[in-house]
Design a protein around this ligand. Structure first.
Ligand code: NAD
Ligand code: UFG
Length: 357
């Protein structure tokens, strides 16, 4: 059995689905502070299998001890964490406590229970403003410009020290680039609280009519069209990367670091144009000054993951945007969908029918 912390969240729910489809038993621990149990109900429906779910906090040591004592857990995928950059500037302690102390509590409980396989959700943010593109795992980590990024780098360092102290540990640090998209069914996807911080969720909410226009932050970057460039990766490809990392941990010890990206960068302008093609109409957008803390460009070198994990991203930008749009248009309010208001829409009727069956 695999314990998935934060398994009700955006990336975690897609990983749980992949685990179930690959035949694993799954236990999810999530306090639902940024997610809905509905996501897991839908995962169960898609997989045709059940997930064990415990609502609780990853910082709760006695709960963790009880879970490890009660379930035959062999390894942990650790997604639970807080991820809003702006919020982390306002509430740094909450971010360090959840992302760093939460990871420490988890590792303490794992060690006590004799479980030493861990896959950790890290981020390309640990590279900071890298002067080298594409970014390899050997590029030095930078100085993250916000407590969220610092908490990820601190957690990485904690895990590195831990693995050096005890050879029984096998730890994967997966550095995600920019996860977007949704499962092709349109049943699970990203459901941000409040005003979205990230590009694609914001574009989706403009397209669905929840926001007036997208603000493009900066058209004066030293990039081909002046807007920021990122390596967007389909969340299903990303989820599959976790299964490959898990397999690999049975063969290697210590800490292994892998970039999970596509190796290709797209600018904000390119994203807007591609998304307009998917929705078949213009997306209202205006140009604004750069967002503080943003870097000009960031994309991955994927060689190490390909060679060592036998994994590479398969889904292109059009699929990412089409799948994201299917999710958003079928679930205009995310998991808090008002069923009565949307029941007349063909797409939503299909969703509800699928769920009810
Ligand atoms: P998410 O917010 O959708 O998922 C995180 C989940 O963790 C949520 O279900 C939340 O309820 C849960 N959680 C938070 N604090 C918890 C706690 N103390 N105890 C138990 N559960 C808790 O975010 P996501 O996009 O799925 O991100 C998953 C992980 O990947 C996070 O660690 C995030 O920092 C990391 N990451 C995300 C991105 C991205 O762009 N989405 C990029 C790089 C890294
Ligand atoms: N952008 C806009 N308008 C918006 C939102 C974003 O123009 O409303 C631009 C940004 O300036 C940037 C690009 O779109 O050029 C991507 O921005 P995101 O906020 O979607 O993503 P970031 O690369 O800034 O950061 C994300 C996560 C971080 C994570 C990082 C690397 O938010 O937590 O990817 O994985 F660390």
């Amino acid at each position: 059995m695999i314990l998935v912390t934060g398994g009700a969240g955006y990336i975690g729910s897609h990983a749980v689905l992949e685990l179930l489809q690959a035949g694993h038993e799954v236990l999810v621990l999530d306090n639902l502070c940024n997610s809905s149990k509905v996501a897991l109900d839908r995962v169960e429906h898609l997989a045709g299998r059940t997930v064990q779910f415990v609502k609780g906090d990853v910082r709760n040591r006695s709960l963790l001890n009880a879970l490890f004592a009660s379930y035959p857990i062999e390894a942990v995928l650790h997604f639970a964490g807080l991820k809003a950059v702006g919020e982390s500037v306002r509430e740094p302690l909450r971010y360090y406590e959840t992302n760093v102390s939460g990871s420490i509590a988890l590792c303490q409980a794992m060690a006590e229970a004799g479980i030493f396989k861990l896959v950790f959700s890290s981020s390309a943010t640990v590279y900071g403003d890298s002067p080298r593109m594409p970014i390899t795992e050997n590029c030095p980590t930078g100085i993250p410009t916000n407590p969220y990024g610092q908490s990820k780098l601190m957690a990485e360092n904690v895990l590195r020290g831990l693995a050096e102290s005890d050879p029984r540990w096998s730890i994967a640090l997966l550095r995600y680039f920019n996860p977007i998209g949704a499962h092709e069914s349109g049943l699970i996807g990203e459901d941000p609280n409040g005003i979205p911080n990230n590009l694609l969720p914001y574009m989706l909410q403009v397209a669905i009519g929840r926001r007036k226009h997208l603000s493009v932050y900066g058209a004066d970057y030293p990039t081909p069209d002046g807007t920021g460039v990122r390596d967007y990766i389909h969340v299903v490809d990303l989820a599959k990367g976790h299964l490959k990392a898990l397999e690999r941990l049975s063969l290697v010890h210590g800490v292994s670091t892998w970039n999970l990206g596509t190796g290709r960068g797209y600018s904000v302008r390119q994203m807007v144009t591609a998304f307009e093609e998917v929705i078949g109409r213009p997306l209202p957008h205006i140009y604004k000054a750069r967002r503080p803390g943003d870097i000009a460009q960031c994309w991955s070198d994927t060689t190490k993951a390909r060679d060592e994990l036998g994994w590479e991203a398969k889904k292109g930008l059009l699929t990412m945007l089409t799948d994201a749009w299917r999710w958003q248009s079928r679930n205009p309010q995310g998991y808090g969908v008002d069923k009565a208001a949307t029941a007349t829409k063909k797409a939503d009727t299909a969703t509800e029918t699928a769920l009810a069956s």
